[in-house]
Design a protein around this ligand. Structure first.
Ligand code: TMP
Length: 214
């Protein structure tokens, strides 16, 4: 928590983990407890970030993008989000819930795309500066379940990031679990294959206790 009560919580997980549903549920609970909540998503969350999101996910020009460019574009979107949205909101004492943050880059570009750890870590640090999450919640589901859910939900064709094979998403999942093991003080892993309200209860128990909300 910052000096004036600002809290930065990031949500992570592979495709179809259910993190967006959980973010909405947690936001409702925090608001009901009387705190102001700000929701962000990555890539995106600013005018510049939303343009980058389009390039990364949907634009024809994005297909054929090399992994190094992908890494830098995700970082560029995050650098803007941190300075335009997150830091001001922390200064105002808000609770910020981020749908993905720097750990997505570590796992998707570092682990799954197999870019070297040192540049990924250095670029992540450059993009976020001091704005590190106070808590990171990983909504964990087996890749097979996540992909099934994502396919059921998709109203149109999968975007560029959703066209990888099962091994890619298995390494994403493994990457998150390894990060959580390495940094237990920042990470909370929740079983996303449980019923939605059970997952929400587990997350609320953790958040309300750590930050003394509610
Ligand atoms: P989503 O908004 O539906 O979660 O889509 C974002 C996609 O971008 C998802 O496939 C994860 C991927 N991603 C990365 O590869 N690296 C990143 O740093 C971020 C934020 C997302």
């Amino acid at each position: 928590m910052t000096e004036n009560g600002g809290i930065l919580i990031s949500f992570e997980g592979s495709e179809g983990s259910g993190k967006s549903t959980q973010i909405a549920q947690l936001a409702d609970k925090i608001r009901a407890a009387g705190r102001e909540v700000l929701l962000t998503r990555e890539p995106g969350g600013t005018a510049i970030g939303e343009e980058i999101r389009h390039l990364l996910k949907h634009a024809d020009a994005g297909f054929g993008m090399c992994p190094e460019t992908e890494l830098l574009l995700f970082a560029a979107s995050r650098a803007q989000l941190v300075r335009e949205v997150i830091i001001p909101a922390l200064k105002e004492g808000k609770v910020i819930l981020c749908d993905r943050f720097l750990d997505s880059t570590t796992v998707y570009q570092g682990v799954a795309r197999q870019l070297s750890e040192d540049p990924v870590s250095a670029i992540n640090s450059f993009a976020v500066g001091d704005a590190m999450p106070h808590l990171t919640i990983v909504v964990d589901v087996p890749a097979e379940i996540g992909l099934q859910r994502a396919a059921q939900r998709a109203s149109d064709l999968p975007d560029r990031m959703e066209q990888e094979n099962i091994e890619f998403y298995q390494s994403v999942r493994k990457g998150y679990l390894i990060l959580a093991e390495q940094m237990p003080e920042r990470f909370f892993v929740v079983d996303g294959s449980l019923a939605v309200h059970d997952v929400a209860d587990l997350i609320w128990a953790e958040v309300s206790e750590i930050f003394d909300i509610g």
